[in-house]
Design a protein around this ligand. Structure first.
Ligand code: NAX
Ligand code: K
Length: 521
């Protein structure tokens, strides 16, 4: 997702069936004519076309057989009336169109929009036309898709992507599951996706952010009461929202009341993981951070970050004195799965502290009988999540919200499923999906930084769920700020850590906890 696009999206995320319920409510209960709603959607999409391609003179519009296709015919009509050259292709036989989609086709036809059935256009001619366009409007499939795109949609989606011309996807990039963000077959890669009435969860997680480009939300002016018709499946959160939740510190605050975190990490050869987690925790404001690591990593840790207390631990028993007197523990980064990691795990789990369990802690857990614990945050990536649940990573990708729910159910506490659109799940509250972050963060050590951040917020007194979603939002924001300064590909975890204080200063500017950030909502 575009890094500059954030923050104007609504918080409520819906599955496709819930958005369909909202559409129905707008029409049947709120008295908005369905065809009028389609006109509004088309105008909203066309506005984005003009905004993103202000000089477009020729557009190709590809229309499917449902209401998404109906939106497309009306976008084509808008473009035609604006004087653009329009290549409109009916991918489903217009004789099979029903209801508002049929009316949209009829209206476009009566205005003189040239519409050709797909069978009348050879593959090569279609490809040439796509390549000759300034922009392509994808109105093939929307929220009504079931499964992977079937012929001829699959072939057309491939052509569109191969043409290399900017695409505006109407409501949802065709081929994407609007509920889950799964692309189970061919899927449109759009530059912008104007989406209507309800923000679809699938645009914000899994394959969604990669395929949708800039997501622009438009409620099409439906009355507020429309939203009583369906519940959101999750909340879309970002640092701008999260930063308002951090209470400012008392002027008389002292380190003892800002929490003491113990980071247990760094088996032989993996010392950096613990150092990154501990430094990130210190930079997120923990009053005290102790790092328990292999003795050979002690001097490196102190050289890198002298404000840490660093203890060399060789056996599980060495950890006992360190565990008393801390407010929370991060365990797992670079801990290995050998005897060192196992001994440390045994000690850590035997105490009642709030916990963040990451990396090797999760691998060690996967080989034991699941033990539920309420004051813990598990932070698996999809591979670790699959091992914890005894399923495959592709089953995790099938429905990330459902996978996070299963993890939480099995292990209790909070499950944070990493990946694009990180999902944070707890029992009694609506899950959070994190907006933000960038592919530069796909590098070793970024997860260690995240676990340090969450641990730090835990010991500063945040409940586990808040610590997890605030922490993930902060991590994404720091990654985006670092990427804006120096690009994505060469990003290192230290660059994120360097951005943490500036990100946190947002919350200091905002003031009282719970007050809305300026310009938001
Ligand atoms: N009145 C409304 O309900 C509104 C709906 N809107 C648009 O309508 C869309 C939803 O419309 P629909 O519910 O008609 O659904 P869609 O238009 O998204 O898809 C349904 C069509 O796709 C076909 N299809 C489903 N799965 C397929 C697959 N795997 N391969 C090939 N074809 C497949 C179906 O046979 C059907 O023709 C929204 O995404 C939005 O664009 C907007 O116009 C706003 C108002
Ligand atoms: K579409």
């Amino acid at each position: 997702m575009n890094l500059t696009n954030a923050h104007s999206l609504p918080e409520a995320l819906y599955r496709a069936d819930a958005v369909q319920a909202l559409d129905r409510c707008a029409i049947e209960t709120q008295g908005i004519d369905g065809f009028d709603l389609m006109h509004r959607a088309a105008r909203a999409a066309f506005r984005q076309l003009l905004r993103h391609w202000p000089h477009a003179a020729r557009v190709a519009v590809l229309c499917g057989g449902g209401n998404n296709g109906g939106d497309g015919y009306l976008v084509a009509a808008n473009a035609y009336q604006k004087g653009m050259a329009v290549d409109c292709v009916a991918v489903t036989d217009p004789d099979r169109l029903k209801g508002d989609a049929r009316r949209a086709f009829d209206e476009a036809t009566s205005l003189g929009v040239p519409i050709e059935p797909v069978e009348a256009v050879s593959d090569k001619a279609l490809f040439d036309r796509l390549c000759a366009s300034d922009a392509i409007v994808d109105a093939l499939l929307g929220t009504g898709i079931t499964g992977a795109p079937r012929a001829p949609f699959d072939r057309i989606i491939q052509r569109v992507n191969r043409a290399g011309i900017g695409v505006l996807a109407v409501d949802v990039p065709s081929g994407l599951n609007a509920s889950t963000g799964l692309a189970s077959g061919d899927v449109i890669h759009a530059r912008v996706t104007p989406t209507f009435i309800g923000l679809k969860a699938g645009l914000m997680t899994g394959d969604g952010p990669d395929c949708a480009g800039d997501v622009v939300f438009d409620d099409l002016g439906v009355p507020e009461a429309t939203y009583d018709a369906a519940s959101p499946v999750a909340r879309c959160v970002n640092w701008r929202r999260a930063s308002t939740m951090l209470a400012p510190r008392r002027r008389g605050a002292h380190k003892g009341e800002c929490g003491h975190l113990l980071v247990v990490a760094g088996e032989q050869g993996l010392g950096g993981a613990g150092i990154l987690a501990a430094e990130a925790a210190a930079r997120t404001g923990a009053g005290l951070v102790t790092l328990a690591t292999r003795p050979e990593h002690v001097s490196a840790a102190l050289t890198r970050c002298p404000s840490l207390m660093v203890r060399g631990v060789t056996h599980g028993n060495d950890l006992c004195p360190l565990l008393s007197g801390v407010d929370g523990v991060v365990f797992g980064p670079g801990a290995g799965q050998g005897p060192w990691g196992q001994q440390m795990m045994q000690q850590v789990l035997a105490r009642p502290h709030p916990l963040v369990l990451d990396a090797d802690a999760l691998n060690l857990m996967a080989s034991r009988a699941p033990a539920r614990r309420e004051n813990q945050v598990l932070t698996p990536h999809p591979g670790e999540a699959a091992r914890l649940l005894g399923i495959t990573t592709s089953e995790i990708a099938d429905d990330r919200l459902a996978a996070a729910d299963r993890l939480q159910e099995r292990f209790g506490g909070v499950a944070l499923l990493k990946g694009v659109g990180t999902v944070v799940q707890t029992r009694a509250e609506r899950p959070a999906v994190i907006e933000g972050g960038n592919p530069g963060m796909a590098t070793g050590g970024m997860g260690d930084v995240l676990s340090g951040i969450i641990g730090s917020l835990l010991v500063q007194g945040l409940p586990a769920f808040e610590a997890a979603w605030l922490g993930a939002s902060l991590h994404a924001e720091a990654g985006d700020r670092a990427a804006r300064k120096q690009g994505q590909r060469g990003l290192l975890p230290m660059d994120l850590i360097g951005e943490l204080p500036a990100c946190l200063s947002d919350s200091e500017r905002v003031g009282a906890p719970g007050s809305p950030a300026d310009g938001e909502e």
